[in-house]
Design a protein around this ligand. Structure first.
Ligand SMILES: [Mn+2]
Length: 356
């Protein structure tokens, strides 16, 4: 397992690379070019500059999160072929600089969804939370709520430019049901995977977060059955998954260790996100510290499922809380994600050594 840490770039992340370099066990940065509009080509020289910056700090850049998929592709508009051609060029440009894995998602409109970005926990720390009773009827209210509570950061998937007319965007999805979204997903996968195979870049779709429909929008990457359908679009190690323990576990019916065993066992998982959540009611949860004792997920079983299947892909600690007075990017402060990295590396060492 190669351990990484998500970083939002020197312009937009308060955490310097030299601090990431000091987290024990972390050797990779999971990065992106956050300023390139969705659907445009990532210029090769910009990718090369990012890689050089990361390597100058003693870290590696082999996983990109995310190259987002343009809404025209998800909706199936005539413009999609041009957007797919751009995506294919981006895959080639990333490959030219040694990127091995692209994380992405196929969620309409919203990449992730929480009602609270600064939910106070009993120990005085703050984490993200979704309280299903607090989801507003109006998407404009929701967009404004996220914007005003983001602590001044532009949050991926909630870019103000893209959501400036969120009502029109939602209307564009009016005829896109589960079946149509799945057909558009299959069209995209069949178009890009031959390039991925030729250029050695593995696609890794992130599960829907949360894994259920919201605001009338379909969700089609929610559970093991959905993952098997995605797999069937083009059966190849290059058409794989970012198994995110927290996103999948938000639905208590998802058995996360079993999902890991199934898909890692078939070599379909180049990348994992490891975090814990605590269920607080039907359709409601808050994010917690990474330890099993702090949430609803047995993280020992999650890491053991990876180790038992000789997982040799990339991992990172997912969302952390704000602790010790840090006011970080929501979910992406330094301190708690660093604690999570150490805990997860400790589980990995204990499990893999005991198995020898
Ligand atoms: Mn995740």
């Amino acid at each position: 397992m190669k351990f990484g840490f998500r970083w939002f770039g020197a312009q937009d992340d308060p955490i310097p690379l030299r601090h990431i370099r000091q987290i024990p066990g972390v050797s990779h940065v999971v990065g992106a070019l956050f300023d390139i509009p969705v659907g445009e080509v990532w210029p090769a020289e910009r990718v090369g500059a990012l890689k050089a910056e990361v390597e100058a700090a003693g870290l590696r850049l082999e996983v990109v999160e995310s190259v987002n998929v343009h809404d025209a592709i998800k909706i199936g508009l005539p413009e999609r072929d041009r957007r797919i051609a751009n995506y294919i060029q981006t895959i080639k440009n990333l490959s030219a600089h040694g990127v091995k894995v692209i994380c992405y998602n196929f969620m309409p409109v919203f990449d992730w969804f929480r009602t609270e970005l600064r939910h106070e926990l009993p120990d005085g720390s703050f984490g993200l939370a979704l309280d299903s009773s607090q989801v507003p009827d109006s998407v404009e209210v929701m967009v404004e709520r996220v914007r005003s509570r983001s602590g001044g950061f532009s949050l991926p998937g909630w870019e103000p430019e893209r959501l400036a007319d969120v009502r029109a965007l939602l209307e564009a999805y009016a005829d896109v049901d589960d079946a149509r979204l799945a057909a558009n997903f299959e069209y995209f996968i069949q178009a890009i995977i031959p390039t991925c195979e030729a250029y050695g870049v593995r696609m890794a779709v992130h599960p829907d977060d949360p894994p259920w429909p919201l605001l009338g929008l379909p969700r089609i990457v929610k559970d093991a059955a959905d993952l098997r359908r995605v797999e069937s679009f083009h059966d190849s190690p290059y058409n794989g998954f970012t198994l995110c323990s927290g996103s999948l576990a938000e639905n208590p019916a998802n058995n996360v260790p079993a999902i890991i065993r199934e898909f890692v066992g078939r070599d379909k998982v180049p990348f994992v996100h490891l975090r814990n959540i605590k269920h607080t009611g039907a359709g409601s949860f808050h994010e917690s510290a990474h330890l099993s004792s702090e949430g609803s997920l047995d993280m020992y079983e999650v890491v053991r499922a990876l180790a038992d299947n000789d997982f040799d892909g990339y991992a990172r600690s997912d969302h952390g809380r704000d602790i010790w007075g840090e006011r970080g990017r929501p979910g992406y402060g330094l301190n708690d994600r660093a604690l999570g990295s150490c805990y997860l590396n400790g589980l990995w060492e204990a499990i893999t050594k005991a198995g020898r």
